[in-house]
Design a protein around this ligand. Structure first.
Ligand code: FES
Length: 155
């Protein structure tokens, strides 16, 4: 027969097994691939203008950024290392204070373990433990809007 303690231990383990995959399904499941978000293009006119958004029923956090060469890049804010939320930091000195790496310009930074990503090079990892670039969103520009239409996983 189970003791009360063994029963509670088994119950808490079962809870972990059931609860843990749920956020993963929300992030990596089919919900990621569907839905559209429209962003105002007038908020993305100058270099390093950025607009945050969430995408799909999985609420994937994204960031649209106008690059200095006038390209638009739209990335997932989920760090590929352990899924913390990254931020665009424009001041290299602030990046250095937070990570000990000083970039040449604005970069995407993860506050958890200090990964730094170069948005001008498709999210290339410049520093830290992340093994790959953040995922990127597919988008289309139409009229005064940027339509975010899907998520493409980086490898
Ligand atoms: S979660 Fe981003 S560097 Fe670890």
């Amino acid at each position: 027969m189970f003791s009360r303690r063994a029963f509670l231990k088994a119950l808490s383990f079962l809870g972990l097994v059931i609860a843990y995959p749920y956020p993963l399904r929300r992030v990596w499941g089919q919900a990621v691939k569907v839905g559209t978000v429209a962003l105002p293009l007038d908020k993305l006119q100058s270099p390093w203008d950025s607009v945050p958004f969430t995408f799909g029923s999985g609420n994937i956090p994204g960031l649209a950024v106008r690059l200095p060469d006038s390209r638009l890049t739209v990335v997932s804010r989920l760090c590929p290392h352990q899924k913390c939320f990254t931020d665009l930091i424009k001041d290299p000195a602030q990046v250095f204070r937070e990570t000990t790496f000083e970039p040449a310009g604005p970069v995407l930074v993860c506050p958890c373990h200090g990964s730094v990503f170069d948005l001008q090079e498709d999210g290339k990892v410049l520093f830290g433990p992340a093994a790959r670039a953040p995922d990127r969103f597919q988008f289309q520009i139409g009229g005064d809007k940027v339509a975010i239409t899907g998520l493409r996983e980086s490898h």
